[in-house]
Unconditional design. Structure first.
Length: 130
């Protein structure tokens, strides 16, 4: 498939610095199993520039993706409890529509997901009426 005709599939994750390594493995698994272009949106508020560079370098074998870091401000999280098993990063997914209003349909994945087939199968599920 010619690059200009590739379907773009938006995939969102919520992460922090601690979960950047499994997130990178998850993105790698998607890219290794899809022929489409994947627009990754990483909602975060503390991933360092060095880690972002390492993530990009880890995916250098692929040319069918974009990597977009979307900052979530701490002020947006006021009133969200930070529990031992439920960090503020968990709430980021609720901000997706406001952070990227141009994206009308997307796949949201947790950082510990490994895909063994084309992400397009999941993206193509008809959500009409839901």
């Amino acid at each position: 498939m010619a690059k200009e005709n590739m379907k773009h599939i938006p995939v969102f994750y919520s992460s922090n610095e601690n979960y950047a390594p499994p997130l990178t493995v998850s993105m790698y698994s998607i890219l290794a199993n899809t022929s489409h272009h994947v627009d990754f949106y990483i909602m975060e508020n503390d991933i360092t520039p060095e880690t972002k560079q390492k993530m990009q370098e880890s995916l250098k074998d692929f040319d069918n993706f974009s990597l977009n870091f979307v900052r979530v401000n701490d002020g947006d999280l006021e009133g969200c409890p930070n529990l031992l098993w439920f960090t503020k990063c968990t709430y980021f997914r609720y901000f997706m529509p406001g952070l990227c209003p141009h994206v009308k349909k997307a796949v949201y994945l947790d950082v510990d997901i490994i895909l063994k087939s084309d992400i397009e199968e999941l993206f193509s599920i008809d959500l009409d009426g839901f």
